[in-house]
Design a protein. Structure first.
Length: 298
């Protein structure tokens, strides 16, 4: 019995030892499995992390590309806007120039329609009326033997005759002045429109021609109407302004020049012959005839 019990104890001990080994092995397996899971989890997390990093990189790249594309679009739009603005400016400039030319043409048309401005036909009609009046005065004087003074040659006739000469012969735009003086000539250069003041002096005898002390002009014409009864005129042109040194130094009498007399507030008076002798180099006979330009062309 004792032997059986001993053997049984031996079996029990062996069995317990085996169980212990098994349990240890099991625990080791579990530990290894846990380690494997942990490693797998770590790897998964790492992969996820890597994927997340890659995703972030891709997102950033896409965002950067979008910004770049947007800038390109903006630059393209900006260039297109610049081109459009340039085209608009060019169009506006062209329209402005055309408008300016149109206004200039309209102004030229308007100039020919200003009041006090007569056509050549009207000037000749007025000249005929004046001639008829003068002839009647002469007949009355011869009939009655009374003393009478003939009227001055009308400024309206002399100024419009000169105006028509400038328009017709010199091909310049000229009209009766609306701002003082006798006539105005309108000239255009590259920068601006220029208005030249024109003075007209007419004489029908050898008497002196008078000037206002404050008269101003750029050019002056002298109309010799001594033979107006036969409709024969001579027109002289002087390209000297009133304030030119040559004109100001012209002698009015033996002691005073033009500038001195004007400075005294008096009207300088000078015979045209005496004036011509002093300014012969600057004065020119530009026309002689009846101012009937249409018949002269035939």
């Amino acid at each position: 019995m004792s032997k059986i019990n001993k053997s049984t104890k031996g079996l029990k001990n062996n069995k317990s030892d085996n169980n212990t080994d098994f349990n240890e092995k099991k625990e080791n397996v579990i530990k290894k499995e846990d380690e494997i899971k942990i490693i797998q989890n770590l790897n998964n997390k790492k992969e996820i992390g890597n994927n997340n990093d890659l995703t972030e990189i891709l997102k950033k790249k896409i965002k950067k590309d979008k910004i770049k594309n947007k800038k390109n679009i903006i630059n393209t739009e900006s260039d297109e806007e610049k081109i459009e603005l340039l085209n608009n400016k060019t169009k506006k400039k062209t329209i402005k120039n055309k408008k300016k030319d149109l206004e200039s043409d309209e102004e030229s048309i308007e100039l020919s329609e200003k009041k006090d401005s007569l056509t050549l036909e009207q000037v000749h009609e007025l000249l005929d009326i004046h001639l008829e009046y003068v002839k009647k005065l002469e007949n009355f004087k011869n009939k009655t033997k009374c003393k009478l003074r003939y009227p001055n040659f009308p400024e309206c006739i002399s100024e419009n005759l000169v105006k028509e000469y400038i328009n017709f012969k010199e091909k310049r735009i000229c009209n009766c002045s609306q701002t003082g003086g006798d006539l105005e000539v309108y000239e255009k250069n590259k920068k601006e429109n220029i208005i030249k003041k024109i003075e007209v002096k007419c004489f029908t005898s050898n008497g002196p021609t008078s000037f206002g002390p404050t008269e101003k002009w750029d050019e002056i014409y002298f109309l010799d109407a001594v033979n107006f009864r036969n409709k024969n005129f001579k027109l002289y042109k002087l390209k000297l302004a009133n304030n030119s040194s040559t004109f100001e130094s012209m002698k009015i009498n033996s002691t005073k020049d033009y500038k001195t007399v004007c400075g005294e507030g008096k009207r300088p008076r000078i015979n045209f012959k005496y004036l011509y002798e002093q300014l012969e180099k600057d004065i020119e006979l530009v026309y002689e005839g009846s101012f009937n330009f249409t018949q002269e062309l035939k």
